[in-house]
Write a protein that binds this ligand. Structure first.
Ligand code: ZN
Length: 300
């Protein structure tokens, strides 16, 4: 299996916004996409990063408010699609794009992958459907970013059901993406409703991609959480801190697991993955039956 972190655009924010020990200066927050080239299931992405679609969607109000409060920089060649093409991976080769949650910086690239299925937690999307357009924007969601056939391509996971044991301190249960124990979808509540992370493990390699469960590794390494207002505005402060505490203990109990927040460039730069891929075809089409292992087709 091959795993890479792609930096797909970035926004500018005050550093102290994301961590208590941050300075008042403005810094760059990359939006990352995790590329997994799986020996049996082909190309899988975790989140989809910024693309030009974000610029298009924020040209007019109320969506313009998002771009004004969170200035975004996107170069032509930094989209996940462009970076995959440079690696010889066509957009049609991407079979799954796991959605950690529905904030715009995580879903802006979904339209670039016409054949991909979209696994996500079944309570991550439904709240947005009930809200006004203005409230959606205020909570970081831009509905025009979803592909027209999003409902048909969605595969939802119910995390209120008994899950599979992963025997991992502080995160003991998960759904297995495509039935693969090496790809564990783990609930990480607090930042946004239905927020999930992806734990990828195989012999000699392990990484826990935690999305926005924290914004910088200092949040759990140095006990330096983000600004309370920033957390409370988007999610549940108590749940967020409970998740952050679990990440802190996980790091002590399992130092071999790399904990990688979506927007932490320090974590991205130190990320190590030993490529264990064998010279087999990159993409093996996945039959619909495999989706039924744990995920299900929702009625959206
Ligand atoms: Zn978010």
């Amino acid at each position: 299996m091959r795993v890479e972190i792609l930096s797909c655009g970035h926004c500018i924010q005050v550093e102290a916004f994301s961590k208590g020990n941050g300075s008042p200066r403005k810094v760059s927050f990359p939006s990352s996409v995790v590329l997994i080239d799986h020996p049996r299931h082909g190309v899988i992405l975790f989140d989809s990063g910024y693309t030009d679609a974000f610029i298009e969607e924020t040209r007019h109000f109320p969506e313009r408010l998002y771009a004004l409060t969170t200035p975004v920089t996107i170069a032509n060649d930094t989209s996940a699609k462009s970076q995959l093409l440079r690696r010889g991976i066509a957009p049609e080769d991407v079979r799954h794009v796991v959605i950690s949650h529905f904030h715009a910086d995580h879903i802006a690239g979904l339209r670039d992958f016409p054949l991909a299925k979209f696994p996500f937690s079944d309570d991550a999307y439904l709240p947005f459907k009930k809200w006004s357009r203005l409230r959606q924007v205020s909570q970081g969601y831009l509905r025009g970013l979803l592909p027209d056939d999003f409902g048909d391509r969605s595969v939802t996971y119910d995390f209120s059901l008994p899950l599979r044991s992963i025997n991992l301190d502080y995160f003991e249960q998960a759904h297995f993406l495509l039935g693969e124990e090496s790809l564990a979808l783990i609930p990480l509540s607090g930042h946004a409703t239905g927020h999930i992370g992806l734990l990828v493990r195989e012999s000699g390699n392990s990484a826990f991609f935690v999305g926005d469960a924290c914004w910088h590794r200092d949040n759990f390494i140095r006990n330096s959480p983000p600004m309370r207002l920033a957390v409370s505005w988007l999610g549940d402060y108590q749940q967020y801190h409970s998740t952050l505490t679990s990440l802190k203990y996980l790091r002590y109990a399992h130092p071999e697991i790399q904990i990688i927040p979506c927007h932490c460039s320090d974590s991205h730069q130190s990320f190590i993955w030993q490529d264990t891929s064998t010279p087999t075809p990159n993409v093996i089409p996945t039959s619909p039956i495999q989706y039924q292992v744990e995920g299900r087709q929702p009625s959206l």
